[in-house]
Design a binder for this molecule. Structure first.
Ligand code: PGA
Length: 247
């Protein structure tokens, strides 16, 4: 099944559309008396989406008390107190502005002593929550989703990974020095992502045009992990015109 592609006027319009989808999911789950389980992403791409969710909370009273979140990934070796960590990023840009219940947010543990056990526990926590209702994704220029760098198999699970040199360069602006970017990370696997009931991928700007073209036109293969999304029954790519330019 091919992914649906929506080209929005700009990244703000795309972010409002995805935030509206999340709002509707939360309201539906509330009406059912069930928890909404969100898979979240970091990076510069989801920032306007998170700003819009905060606005919906403040201006429209959208409550997150019935929401549980699981982030895609975390750098290896960074505690959540470090400003470069993804835990810190999420607290700063989203969590602390909402009314989430204590303990309802999950980010992989970058400093677990037994990473194999911690990764298995993360998968189990997602299953115990009822599975991911909706997964937010960005895309890396390597074709990574989460930190599933090439090659990542369709059946890969939450695990330690080695970061691609391109990714380390692309993320260097978040660190004091390029050499400070960790070489390793912990990420949900491709299979974990594909099990989400709904996937919303966002990509903005000209630097993403070529990888978007590859993700949607190459047959699914491990050397471009985002191509696996073509196998998902409910995946939407939200693009701005620049990210759509090579399609
Ligand atoms: P970006 O990263 O949002 O900072 O471009 C996306 C990603 O690497 O998934």
């Amino acid at each position: 099944m091919a992914a649906l592609v929506l080209v929005h006027a700009d990244k703000q319009a795309a972010s409002v559309a995805v935030a509206t989808t999340i709002r509707d999911l939360i309201r539906r789950r509330n009406a059912e008396g069930r928890t909404a389980v969100l898979g979240l992403a970091t990076g510069s791409t989801p920032l306007p989406l998170y700003a819009e969710l905060v606005r919906l909370h403040r201006a429209e009273g959208l409550s997150f008390q019935n929401v549980v979140t699981f982030n895609l990934d975390e750098y290896e070796g960074l505690t959540g107190e470090r400003p470069e960590s993804y835990r810190y990023f999420m607290e700063e840009h989203l969590f602390r502005h909402l009314d989430l219940r204590p303990g309802s947010t999950h980010v992989p543990d970058g400093i677990a002593a037994d990473q194999t056990r911690a990764c298995a526990a993360y998968e189990q926590a997602i299953r115990d929550a009822g599975g991911l209702d909706l997964q937010i994704l960005g895309i890396g220029r390597t074709g990574h989703i989460g930190f599933n760098e090439p090659p990542s198999a369709a059946d890969s699970r939450t695990r330690r990974v080695h970061l691609d040199a391109v990714t380390r360069r692309d993320n260097a602006s978040f660190f004091a020095r390029p050499e400070d970017v960790p070489h390793g990370a912990v990420t949900m696997g491709v299979a974990t992502i594909l099990e989400a009931r709904q996937v919303e991928l966002l990509a903005f700007g000209p630097a993403k045009a070529e990888i978007i073209r590859r993700a949607l036109s190459e047959s699914p293969h491990a050397a471009c992990p985002a191509t696996w999304l073509q196998l998902h029954p409910a995946c939407t790519f939200h693009l701005d015109p620049a990210a759509n330019a090579a399609l």
